[in-house]
Ligand binder design. Structure first.
Ligand code: HEM
Length: 416
């Protein structure tokens, strides 16, 4: 199949300004499901990469983590799961999501109990009271920037609870995180908070809390990781200081940047389809299915990358050792071969084998926590408010990595 006529630039962020470019990916799935993206003036590192857009091909690649590494190719100085190479030994190979087995598997085994159903059930009450406090703060006004005032808040609170950040520190942690993530000081409405200064504060705080947990243990996932040992090249040893700090950073970012977009875009999808909102109101038993459909629909993480560790083949296409291979979850979630009428938002959709959380060995550690947050938020929104409306366009960040919602003005009325 020739793809000579395809000249998309997935590294030109303008393409993502209005949301995920569905037409581009529908064409790719049909005409060039394993497409070589040549480098363009926008492309990081000046090298091309493979673009995989079909559900079945993504499953095949992530099932073979030996051939498709999250860390990098043997001997390469850069790797990781973004299109842009990250340095090995600082990000790649150190962050849990950019680390290969066996070390990845050992750390994963340590942290899994903290997000098991029983542990999450114990968090539900606190998450619900956080949710009601967040909604109380906007209820009287009848309108808000739903992204900034609601959707951002719960995931940060949830991640802080999971990690075991003391309640007294959470406010600062949230402010710094927001400032460093993607809002910038002007967006936050807090003029004094400069993004670089916030990043420095976050780093300082992360280093201090990691050190304290290492010394004293305590509650929460950070303490578990800080006091555990894993098999290293020199025998059983604790995680390195850098690994621990990167784990803290990863959870703060991975837990908040994604879930906020699912919550916001989920509400937007319901507002735009009153029949779906009515169906959910009528039958709250649909909430678990609706949550999965919101995840499929919003696909908060658009892609992750792997690096081929040897020459291989996907769907008949030869891929060479060292090639970057990008896996577009958001495209797989609209794959006509897997989903009936994939561009229809349907809160009763079943089965719903979406890949919003990835698949297999790097499957999202926070998947069940994110599901819980989305469900609690929907329950509380439906219980308290009605007549939701979008009061303006959804503003987005220019990013090809996340379904990056920037602002979402929403109005509502308290229920009688
Ligand atoms: C709707 C919300 C979320 C989405 C869409 C999402 C998406 C993803 C995806 C696609 C991956 C796989 C990356 C890969 O294969 O390279 C992943 C991994 C991960 N996620 Fe999430 N995530 C969400 C929420 C969370 C939350 C709430 C947390 C933690 C509090 C979290 C922590 C992680 C971690 C630590 C990994 C790496 C797991 C590993 O490498 O073994 N995520 N996530």
């Amino acid at each position: 199949m020739t793809d000579g006529a395809l000249d998309y630039d997935l590294t030109d962020l303008d393409l993502f300004e209005g949301g995920f470019p569905d037409e581009v990916f529908t064409t790719l799935r049909r005409r060039a499901p394993v497409w070589w993206h040549p480098p363009t003036p926008h492309t990081p590192d000046g090298v091309g990469f493979w673009v995989l857009s079909r559900h079945a091909d993504l499953l095949a690649v992530v099932a073979d983590a030996g051939t498709f590494s999250s860390e990098g190719a043997p001997g390469a100085e850069g790797g990781g799961t973004l299109i842009a190479d990250l340095p090995v030994g600082f990000a790649a190979g150190v962050l849990l999501n950019m680390m290969d087995d066996p070390r990845h598997h050992q750390i994963r085994r340590l942290v899994t109990p903290a997000v098991a159903p029983r542990a999450l059930a114990a968090m539900e009450g606190e998450l619900r009271s956080r949710t009601t406090a967040i909604l109380d703060a906007v209820a009287g006004r009848g309108r808000c920037d739903f992204l900034l005032e609601v959707a951002v808040e719960l995931p940060l609170q949830a991640t802080a609870i999971l990690l075991g950040v003391p309640p007294g520190d959470r406010h600062d942690l949230m402010a710094w995180t927001n400032a460093t993530l993607d809002f910038g000081d002007r967006e936050l409405g807090d003029q004094s908070l400069d993004a670089d200064a916030a990043a420095a504060e976050l780093h300082r705080y992360g280093t201090a809390i990691c050190r304290a947990r290492r010394a004293d243990g305590g509650e929460g996932l950070l303490a578990t990781v800080a006091t555990a040992t894993v098999e290293g090249p020199d025998g059983t040893e604790p995680l390195s200081d850098l690994e621990l700090l990167m784990f803290f950073n990863l959870l703060i970012v991975a837990g908040s940047e994604t879930t906020r977009n699912a919550i916001a875009l989920g509400l937007a999808a319901l507002i735009e389809r009153p029949d779906q909102l009515a169906a959910l109101r009528h039958d709250p038993g649909l909430l678990p299915l609706a949550t999965e459909e919101i995840l499929r629909w919003s696909s908060p993480t658009l892609y992750n990358r792997r690096t081929a560790t040897g020459d291989t083949e996907v769907a008949g296409q030869v891929i060479r050792a060292g090639d970057k291979v990008t896996l577009w979850w958001a495209s797989a979630n609209r794959d006509e071969a897997v989903f009936d009428d994939p561009f229809r938002f349907d809160v009763t959709r079943t089965p719903n084998n979406h890949l919003a959380f990835g698949y297999r060995s790097h499957f999202c550690l926070g998947a069940n926590l994110a599901r819980l947050e989305i469900r609690i938020m929907l329950e509380e929104l439906l219980a308290r408010f009605e007549d939701f409306a979008l009061e303006g366009p959804i503003e987005r960040f220019r990013t090809n990595k996340h379904a990056g919602v920037k602002h979402m003005p929403v109005s509502f009325r308290p229920r009688a």
